[in-house]
Design a protein. Sequence first.
Length: 104
Amino acid sequence: MEEFGEKMAEFGKKIEEKVKKSVDKAMKNLERDFPHVQPPRPPRPPRAPDVWSSDSESFRTDESERAKVRAPIDKIKLLKELLDEGIISQEDYDEKKKKILEEI
């Protein structure tokens, strides 16, 4: 029985070699006969959504709203720095801060 198994293994190897040679020959013929055909490229990864252009108007609106809120905060911070450095008085600071907050 072992002898049969060994013969089958040898036969399998011979068949495998013949198939490999046949495939290699066929591939060379294909490359020769169709040089303009290229192997397929791997698929490209999907593109990320273009959030800047699709929602650009709403983005600009959101940004302008943030700027409106941000500007008074920056002004108050600047006033606080001026107060801390002794450039303006506490009364001036309180008065200007009140005006800025009323504008919001």
